[in-house]
Design a protein around this ligand. Structure first.
Ligand code: ADP
Ligand code: ADP
Ligand code: ZN
Length: 209
């Protein structure tokens, strides 16, 4: 099954993807996570995208499309995948349709107030990328990842100015994909407001699992 997770920043896409990996046995492909690894490794790509990402803007379509095209060509993605955070623009969606089919687009439905609450408390493991939250999913030791022992940090783009910019960018460039995929008959809406276990239930129901 080829799935796209669509929704505003902080909707819970990454958190649900981690659960869906166990349910569906498919790889989780997050463009944001790929960019963060590139930044950590100080690769050419990482050096190029760091300032743009920290400012809450989008990486250019050409570079992002190329990255996803290469990733989806790998062996583990042939039976399906969970694509989290791509496409984020209509040109990205058009490009994707030229190199992969899509079975369903899961739209994470959530108000801005919840998004702000979730992004404001988000913490991430530098080593394995696991997501935590200072209220909703608090690790015992606030600095150490319980899954891998890595350092827990606050993303630079979760600072307030960057969050406002990301929400603007979402509304202008990404939200039009909701109608785009609805018209193609691929969209399924998931109520992303409740606690994680209930969102997992909503997701399974929406996909008929
Ligand atoms: P979030 O989980 O908060 O929605 P992501 O981890 O998906 O954020 O992405 C972090 C940042 O990486 C984005 O704000 C953007 O700068 C960049 N990025 C991720 N995916 C894309 C994409 N498909 N197109 C352009 N930029 C992207
Ligand atoms: P996205 O990938 O859409 O940007 P994340 O999965 O990183 O979103 O979630 C954003 C923040 O909200 C994280 O701190 C995560 O722990 C928390 N979170 C995710 N889902 C829920 C939920 N259903 N209820 C409360 N907090 C959540
Ligand atoms: Zn970790």
């Amino acid at each position: 099954m080829k799935l796209i997770f669509l929704g505003p920043p902080g909707a819970g896409k990454g958190t649900l993807a981690a659960k869906a990996v166990d349910i569906l046995k498919l790889p989780h492909i997050s463009t944001g996570a790929i960019f963060r690894s590139a930044i950590a490794a100080q690769s050419t790509l990482g050096l190029k995208v760091k300032a743009v990402i920290d400012a809450g803007k989008l990486v250019d379509d050409a570079a992002t499309i190329e990255l996803v095209k290469e990733r989806l060509a790998q062996a583990d993605a042939q039976a399906g995948y969970i694509l989290d955070g791509f496409p984020r623009t209509i040109p990205q969606a058009e490009a994707l349709s030229a190199f992969s089919s899509v079975d369903k687009v899961v739209n994470f439905d959530i108000p801005d107030s919840s998004v702000l609450e979730r992004l404001g408390g988000r913490r991430v493991c530098r080593k394995c990328g696991a997501n935590y939250h200072i209220v909703f999913n608090k690790p015992k030791n606030e600095k150490v990842c319980p899954a891998c022992g890595g350092e827990i940090y606050t993303r630079d783009d979760d600072r307030e100015e960057a969050v406002q910019k990301r929400l603007e960018v979402y509304r202008a460039q990404t939200a039009p994909l909701i109608d785009y995929y609805r018209k193609k008959g691929l969209l399924v809406d998931v109520d992303a407001r409740p606690l994680v276990d209930e969102v997992v239930g909503n997701f399974k129901k929406a996909l008929g699992l």
